[in-house]
Write a protein that binds this ligand. Structure first.
Ligand code: AMP
Ligand code: ZN
Length: 494
């Protein structure tokens, strides 16, 4: 069965077919790097990661491009407020985004930065102007004339019949129901970053960035364009207007939108105190694998209500899978095969595939693997598992993990990195006991350290260097620096 995906453009679930055989070209709107990404952002990025992983698992060659919006209204405002150049301001958050994405096992797409494509954007706008689709305002800004694109509204299903020709909006994000000519290019304002280009000085609007970069990287027509549901209007509607009015071609075949995440049933917002970044959660002692698991536990088109209970359950689920894999890899089994186990593994692989083909039903794919674990554990206990059953059962787990990516037991080093980041950035107050317990560290009292050093010394005296090295590594991991001096061993905290 081919993959079936909901296409926001047709507003129904369709069979997915790529433009070129066996090759998918897709684009996701990436982060605006003006702050740390929050778990809502990562819900969307994890959903797109699941999609591209599944396409690859299905045999497609995938070209997946994501932009980094490193110039926009918010960035300009914040960098001006801090009195630092735009690049300096965004670098920190871009780096943080990439680290967080890696922490959540998001495979890195090909990245493109808006500020590195400014001449191409100016050129695109010049071509729109030549075709009468854009016009220059008195101050040197350029606007898209939406009256020239009668299909405007086709993605968001908004009816703009009564719109006022020539009314303009110059902010990137707006929620107005009546359409406005939107800014393609913004004339410079005092104190704002701007670029000298063929259409004059200024900076690009947000929407033009994505049209230009996606077409440059993937061609005028490509397979799929993705983002969170808030991007449907105006961002994606505007991208379509700019791109299709210029090329006369269908811009993207599929429009993939992830539904917004709620926290404990409410919209996430700083004022409600329910606003979390992945780093916040790690500082509270939650594992990255639990976060990723929870983010994938509800199919992307359904509302995901992020709760702390859910996060605990996710941790239990991941543990159960890891324990099962450990049990399977370490136990000794009698020779031969139990046909029922081979069949169970194969059926599980098929069920996971059918679930994901059904508009990426991640919840069902997870249910399938848990049913396998339950049945196989029962068979274990009844001593019905044989040596040759191990490979197919492990194979099913691997297939699962190609998409969900939670089996590798790598939470501790990732959490440690977040811990170090918190210490380096003055966020010590946010470091929880749970985190300290998990990644061990200054929880070691002075007496503990002394005891270990004494043990280290006797191990060395006995020429048991393996043991003494292991003890030293343990101390280093706990943030203790051990030095050998002529007066003996000294230690200090990092
Ligand atoms: P931004 O950095 O604000 O441009 O957003 C990056 C991505 O996160 C976009 O695809 C947004 O649609 C998505 N996004 C923002 N908030 C949420 C949320 N609460 N739930 C899911 N996706 C979100
Ligand atoms: Zn975009």
């Amino acid at each position: 069965m081919p993959l079936r995906l909901f296409n926001t453009m047709s507003a129904r679930v369709e069979e997915f077919h790529s433009l070129q055989p066996n090759e998918v070209r897709m684009y996701a709107c990436g982060p605006t790097v003006y702050d740390y990404g929050h778990i809502g952002n990562f819900r969307t990025f994890v959903a797109v990661d699941v999609l591209q992983r599944f396409l690859r698992q299905s045999g497609y060659k995938v070209r997946y491009v994501m932009n980094i919006t490193d110039v926009d209204d918010k960035i300009i405002r914040n960098s001006a407020r801090e009195g630092v150049p735009v690049r300096q301001y965004t670098e920190k958050y871009e780096k943080a985004f990439l680290e967080d994405a890696a922490t959540l096992n998001i495979q890195q797409p090909d990245l493109v930065r808006a500020t590195e494509h400014i001449p191409a954007m100016a050129d695109f706008i010049a071509r729109l102007e030549q075709k009468g689709l854009a016009y220059r305002a008195e101050d040197g800004s350029y606007y898209f004339r939406i009256a020239k694109f009668p299909a405007y509204g086709k993605l968001s299903k908004k009816d703009f019949a009564g719109m006022e020709d020539g009314a303009r909006v110059d902010v990137d994000e707006y929620e107005k129901d009546n359409a406005r000519d939107f800014a393609l290019w913004k004339a410079p304002k005092p104190g704002e970053a701007s670029w000298e280009t063929a259409i004059g000085p200024g900076r690009p609007g947000w929407h033009i960035e994505c049209s230009v970069m996606s077409m440059e990287e993937l061609g005028e027509m490509f397979d799929l364009h993705a983002g969170g549901e808030d991007l449907i209007f105006p961002h994606h509607e505007n991208e379509i207007a700019q791109s299709e009015s210029l090329t006369g071609k269908t811009f993207a075949n599929f429009w993939f939108h992830a539904r917004f995440l709620l926290v404990e049933g409410e919209k996430m917002s700083k004022s409600l105190g329910n606003f979390y970044t992945p780093r916040d959660l790690v500082l509270m002692g939650h594992k990255p694998s639990s976060i990723r698991y929870l983010l994938t536990s509800v199919p992307y088109r359904h509302q995901l209500n992020f709760t702390f209970d859910g996060l605990k359950q996710a941790a239990t689920s991941v543990d159960r899978l890891r324990n099962f894999r450990r049990r399977l890899s370490q136990a000794q089994f009698p020779p031969g095969a139990n046909e029922a186990m081979t069949k169970l593994a194969q059926e599980t692989v098929d069920r996971m595939r059918s679930a994901l083909e059904d508009d990426l039903n991640t919840a069902q794919a997870q249910a399938a693997i848990f049913e396998m674990v339950r049945s196989a554990n029962a068979a274990f206990d009844a001593e019905e598992v044989r040596k040759d059953d191990v490979t197919p059962l492990l194979g099913a787990l691997e297939k699962f993990d190609e998409i969900f990516a939670v089996l590798a037991d790598d939470d501790a080093p990732k959490m440690k990195t977040v811990l170090e980041w918190a210490r380096a950035t003055g966020r010590e107050a946010d470091i929880s006991e749970e985190l300290l317990d998990l990644v061990g560290s200054p929880a070691l009292s002075d007496a503990d350290v002394e005891e270990k050093i004494a043990e280290m010394n006797s191990a060395r005296a006995a020429r048991d260097f393996k043991r003494s090295d292991a003890l030293r590594a343990e101390l280093t991991a706990a943030g203790i620096i051990v030095e050998n001096t002529k007066d003996g061993v000294r230690w200090r905290r990092k």
